[in-house]
Design a binder for this molecule. Structure first.
Ligand SMILES: Cc1cc2nc3c(=O)[nH]c(=O)nc-3n(C[C@H](O)[C@H](O)[C@H](O)COP(=O)(O)OP(=O)(O)OC[C@H]3O[C@@H](n4cnc5c(N)ncnc54)[C@H](O)[C@@H]3O)c2cc1C
Ligand code: SF4
Length: 331
């Protein structure tokens, strides 16, 4: 095991300043991803700063006029069990409950969840085989290697990995915001801009830099929130990352769709929003499966499957339809 020094922070300003000035320091919350990365030698921080003592960051707030504010240190299990989360945005509770295991969810934080790194086996391999995300410029072993679990949208020759977070898919569908505090104060990052596509810098997963601390996730009021659902398909029924998943949220007008939100997981370096499908779904009856299917298909023109994951194209279409219909039944 790579050795590291551990200290504890009780003040956000001090934690942010320490992170900004020391490139070998990492924040640790639940440790459920970071410690695995250290064991695999995919992360080698010399100092870990435990942020669990920072005040006011584990709360879940449900304002009377709608929406949600979820502190970055709230545990996945607490958020999934919260009655207002379940009532206002069932898609969030379901995405969390389909993640990891009960014990992991008790430890793992919301901030850590959206920061977790890809499960690409080459990236996590202890033997440090070529991987641009792990060692920039070394090549991508998955591009012409085993890529069954990899991306079908938005990949580059530099990296074809997918993002493993289930919660992120729900947050993308709901256009959530990430509240970040850095050395120059607080800023709000739209979730669509938080996680990145790989391009030529796959080593960067998201928009954060040194000295940036996630304080909370904010979900604005959404008319589609209550009619929402998360559907996850995986190689085994529990304790497994998504092969393909979908978050759907619907506001109906009678049996017709007034507005819909759809995002896919397991298909790209970040949650993949189906915006063309969302536009095409307006006005379609929730009972007209053929019309729903052809609207969803409009978002698949840009799919680019790899050698071993062509099956994901049809699978993702079906998963999106199933999530949408289940969301519609709940609305
Ligand atoms: C066996 C296993 C199965 C899993 N299955 C799933 C699954 O099916 N679906 C799923 O979504 N996830 C799954 N996970 C991942 C799990 O959800 C994450 O490991 C967890 O959410 C990370 O949270 P944490 O608090 O433990 O983060 P840590 O491990 O403490 O931190 C992770 C990263 O986030 C950074 N960080 C943490 N908090 C902050 C903050 N407030 N501001 C800035 N940076 C921060 C840390 O520096 C680190 O880089 C699984 C994990 C394991 C080990
Ligand atoms: S897909 Fe990305 S993470 Fe996986 S080997 Fe290629 S560069 Fe590394």
């Amino acid at each position: 095991m790579h050795p590291f020094a551990l200290s504890r922070a009780d003040d956000p300003g001090t934690a942010i300043a320490a992170h900004a000035r020391d490139p070998h320091l990492a924040f640790i919350a639940g440790g459920t991803d970071l410690l695995g990365l250290i064991k695999d030698r995919a992360a080698l921080p010399e100092r870990l700063l435990d942020i669990n003592g920072l005040p006011d960051m584990a709360r879940i707030v449900a304002p009377p006029d709608g929406g949600l504010w979820i502190g970055a240190l709230a545990r996945m299990s607490d958020v999934a069990a919260d009655s207002e989360v379940r009532r206002r945005f069932p898609v969030i509770a379901e995405a969390l409950l389909y993640s990891a295991s009960g014990q992991l969810r008790n430890m793992a934080s919301i901030g850590g969840n959206i920061m977790q790194r890809t499960r690409c086996a080459y990236f996590r391999d202890e033997d440090d085989i070529p991987c641009n995300k792990r060692r920039p410029g070394s090549g991508c072993s998955a591009l012409h290697g085993l890529n069954r679990n990899h991306a079908i949208f938005g990949w580059s020759d530099g990296c074809v990995a997918t993002n493993p977070s289930d919660l992120a898919v729900a947050l993308a569908a709901l256009d959530a915001n990430v509240i970040v505090r850095g050395t120059v104060g607080e800023r709000v990052i739209a979730f669509a801009d938080f996680q990145r596509l790989p391009g030529s810098t796959p080593e960067r997963d998201n928009a954060l830099g040194r000295g940036d601390l996630i304080v909370a996730i904010e979900i604005p009021t959404r008319t589609e929130g209550r009619g929402s659902h998360y559907f996850k398909l995986r190689d085994r029924q529990s304790y497994e990352f998504a092969l393909v998943s979908a978050a759907a949220a619907v506001a109906p007008d009678g049996r017709r769709i007034h507005s819909a939100r759809l995002a896919l997981g397991g298909v790209a370096h970040k949650p993949w929003r189906l915006t063309a499908a969302e536009a095409a779904l307006r006005g379609i009856s929730l009972d007209d499966t053929d019309a729903l299917n052809s609207a969803i298909t409009q978002s698949f023109a840009e799919a680019r499957p790899l050698a071993h994951n062509g099956f994901k194209v049809e699978l993702a279409r079906r998963v999106a339809l199933r999530a949408l219909q289940a969301a519609g039944e709940r609305a």
